[in-house]
Design a protein around this ligand. Sequence first.
Ligand code: ATP
Ligand code: MG
Length: 655
Amino acid sequence: MSDSREQAGNSTAVDGRKVNKRLDAAAYQKLYKASVSDNEGFWGEQADRIDWIKPFTTVKDVSFARKDLHIRWYEDGELNVCVNCVDRHLKTRSGQAAIIWEGDNPDQQRTISYSELYEEVCRLANAMEARGITKGDRVILYMPMVPQAAFAMLACARIGAVHSVVFGGFSANALADRIVDCQARMVITADGSHRGGKTIPLKPNVDEALKIAEQQPEGHQVRTVLVSKVSGDSVDWLDHDLWYDEFVPTHEAVHEAVPVNAEDPLFILYTSGSTGKPKGLQHSSGGYLVYTATTFSYTFNYQPGEVFWCAADVGWVTGHSYIVYGPLANGATTLMYEGVPTYPNLGRCGEVIDKHKVNIFYIAPTAIRTLMTDQKRAIGSSQRDSLRILGSVGEPINPGVWQWFHDEFGKGQCQVVDTWWQTETGGIMMTPLPYVVEPKPGAAMTPFFGIQPQLVDKRSDILEGKADGHLVILDSWPGQARTIWNNHERFIDTYFSTHDGMYFTGDGAKRDEDGHFWITGRVDDVLNVSGHRLGTAEVESAVVSHPKVAEAAVVGFPHELKGEAIYVYVIPNDGVVPDEQLTKELRDWVRKGLGPVASPDMIQWTHGLPKTRSGKIMRRILRKIAANEHETLGDTSTLADPQVVDELIDNRLNR
Ligand code: ATP
Ligand code: MG
């Protein structure tokens, strides 16, 4: 498998840019086949991307069988993740920017070179050890999007502590649940954060969360709260509090990293958990790093010296894998943005791209759809000529949105990669590799090397050829979550019980006649209209392809004859005033596009949709409103803007 590690390929001109083509379509096919048939060989070779303190002797020890579920990669190897992301680059790129930080306020920025990153992380690692944090301890990070968030992740990795980043927008209650569940010994936070020109308190939520945690039967173990000064707001001060900016600089800027086993946990990350307690997915050190390093390099075709911008929050897995670990393991320059894509106006993303000459830009469809509400504003104030690759993640990208992203935002000069993956998978699982696989707008297309996706029906029978079913993965990959913290049973129940011997993603997908995959949405959201199964993605894409529509969410509601009928929530474009005529036009539009079975029964116009804090539509809530059952909405704690729900209930159509 000699060509599986990146090789300096031919320099070719694509989209008018010079790019280093590593593979062509035929080579991809060949390498993909080899990566599956000799899976251990492939991942054994990819593991050379990182430095091992003690080399591993076995690559893989995995069973997906329910009774004997275990997932281990490189299990007798030892490494340090931080050394791989920082120290080993000092020889060749100590002066290169590791992190470019762009403030919420467009006048604020900071560039951190690899040597500065080393010093910052070492001081913090020493400071944490001085507070008694050692290998295996859990540390909660409740941080704004500031460089200290990355320093803290890397410092934990350096001393072998396990970080759990809690999104800064979560409430004290959500924070308390996580502090208790992982029995954290330390919290690293800030006084407050800047987002969209406002300051949002963080430290007061930590104080409250610790009070809540104290009252729970398990109590909490937090002995230190390290507080970075970001917003400048005054805060209450307690015995266990320490100012980051005073305490950390008193420690030495060198630190001897602690070797960890490949299977030792690097972090725990809680998924929002649509029902019940959030799941603390536990990721490994060795396998996770190999996987994020490999997927980053291939998916974004990263070339030395380029600037990579992933516009996610470090509170999500995307921020872990593609702001911090993947880019830094590759010695890349990663841009970290403090604010929201729409502040001070819709042109901000393009302006940041011009200012820092961003080459690769990775963002969620929800943000692209927001830019599209006023296209002139969104792209009028920037050139964006540095861009080479555009990535999408988090939800299915509607074909029309893909096209705009490619044609207008990327000026037809960029490769677009739609990347499908999950918190549970650690890294990208499906994507059309740039310059290699010809993309189809809206399709995640092809599996990454070593990944074996398959479609099955309810009875777990494998569907061949063109098909529509549950998306499962047949064999493990190094970046896969190993368990749910403290709850292995739940891990097995959630992911390995629906389809025996397979990892069940919870998503549905279609495979087209060319063998390419299209994610149709979560299987819980699938509509069944008169016996026809419709994915939410398909119907929503048809609705948003109407020129007057900005965004849409589709759910089913009970119907006597059809079983389920279609209810559509629609946000019009800026300046459009919806009326009955437009409603009719939109219904005809969808019927024409998808056929009569997909014709919406109810169309409710709205100013907003209920979204999670990471920008995903919460269809669970919309289903309740559509069914006129809004009295029992369930858990709404992860909702970004609760007011939206009140408006939707007030104007509901099914009464
Ligand atoms: P929870 O599991 O707590 O409900 P979540 O699933 O939204 O939260 P993530 O792990 O961040 O949390 O998101 C993974 C899910 O996002 C996938 O299972 C899929 O439904 C969706 N998704 C991510 N990327 C894509 C993509 N490129 N195309 C289609 N869907 C995607
Ligand atoms: Mg999920």
